[in-house]
Design a protein around this ligand. Structure first.
Ligand code: SF4
Ligand code: MG
Length: 335
């Protein structure tokens, strides 16, 4: 597979202003040196607790915000070097589905107007052709033609997310970035929307960058998983390897925190304790050392590099080899 998207050493630092004079008091290193690739048709999930930088990463990839450093190449082109014209063309190929379907839909537009808007914006279809395309798109996400005349408030959360997806697909993208696209939905609806996203991916051959805090959801959608902690990727691996044999203590702890269906299964695995440190002052050395049960002196001073093996399983931990296999929830629940 050739890479559609190449992210290299990407960083985004936000200045933090305080007081009446709004002086810069520091920086939040939301994304701090992130690299990965994404192939056509592939799903890479980016997982981590809130504040780890995963949403910022999703916005950088679409150039909704400008980076502090690093590059994003789309089909070999540096997107941050693009002029407005080519950038508009690129926006057609990369679309985003937001977490909150309520907030992301304009209440004054009908569903048909909303889904049809990208068609006009990108000059893809007009008039009757646009109407027909809207009906096609609604059908693709499991909605009926008559839904085009209704307004967002007439729909349930799951249906609104379907509308958001139809709108994102209208431009004919090759990459869909989902920023927690199912997190705001009821558990019963979540599986339906996840299935829909997978179905659409198979039909259209889309690549997904799927941002989520939930390794339970990601398990159903990802080909590969990147785990982020305080602005950095700490582990990146093909899904089966990551779930069956996590190498980073943080990944193991996240996996252990997935609710297990069977209450008889014992929970003697390490559950993550304490809060994520402030991204304004990330701990020195390994950023995870303040919460890591395996931290040693070296971890407090030396930052571990993200290093991959031949199978593409990458981890940033000084001790992963001696700690393997780490206890995690998944081995037990699958057995
Ligand atoms: Fe824990 Fe040290 Fe590995 Fe960081 S480098 S995850 S502190 S063992
Ligand atoms: Mg977020």
């Amino acid at each position: 597979m050739t890479a559609l998207l190449e992210v290299d050493n990407l960083a985004k630092h936000f200045p933090v202003r305080r007081g009446v004079l709004q002086r810069v008091r520091g920086q939040v290193k939301a994304v701090d040196g992130v690299s990965f690739t994404l192939a056509a048709g592939e799903t890479l999930a980016v997982v981590g607790e809130s504040g780890c930088g995963k949403s910022t990463l999703g916005r950088l990839v679409l150039r909704l915000i400008e980076p502090t450093a690093g590059s994003v190449r789309w089909k070999g082109q540096d997107i941050f070097a693009l002029a407005p014209g080519p950038l508009r063309a690129l926006r057609r190929e990369m679309q985003i589905v937001f977490q909150d379907p309520y907030a992301s839909l304009n209440p004054r537009l009908t569903v048909g107007e909303m889904v049809g808007e990208p068609l006009m914006l990108h000059g893809l279809a007009r008039g009757r052709a646009a109407e027909a395309r809207v009906v096609e798109l609604l059908h693709l996400v499991g909605l009926a033609p008559e839904h085009a005349r209704r307004y967002p408030h007439e729909f349930s959360g799951g249906q609104r997310q379907r509308i958001g997806i139809a709108r994102a697909l209208a431009a004919g993208p090759q990459l869909l970035v989902g920023d927690e696209p199912v997190s705001a939905l009821d558990v019963s609806i979540r599986a339906q929307v996840v299935n829909l996203l997978q179905d659409i991916q198979q039909r259209l051959g889309l690549a997904y960058l799927f941002v989520s805090h939930d390794l339970g959801v990601v398990r159903h959608v990802a080909d590969r998983v990147a785990v982020m902690y305080l602005g950095r990727i700490v582990e990146l691996a093909p899904k089966p390897a990551l779930y069956a044999a996590p190498r980073h203590p943080y990944t193991a702890a996240l996996l252990a925190a997935i609710p297990v269906a069977d209450p008889r299964l014992k929970r003697d695995r390490p559950i993550l304790e304490g809060d994520v440190p402030s991204p304004m002052a990330p701990p020195p050395g390994c950023r995870f050392h303040t919460r890591c049960p395996y931290a040693i002196d070296r971890c407090r001073v030396e930052s571990p590099a993200l290093t991959a093996d031949a199978a593409g399983h990458a981890v940033a931990c000084h001790r992963w080899q001696e700690l393997a296999p780490l206890p995690s929830a998944v081995a037990e629940t699958v057995a």
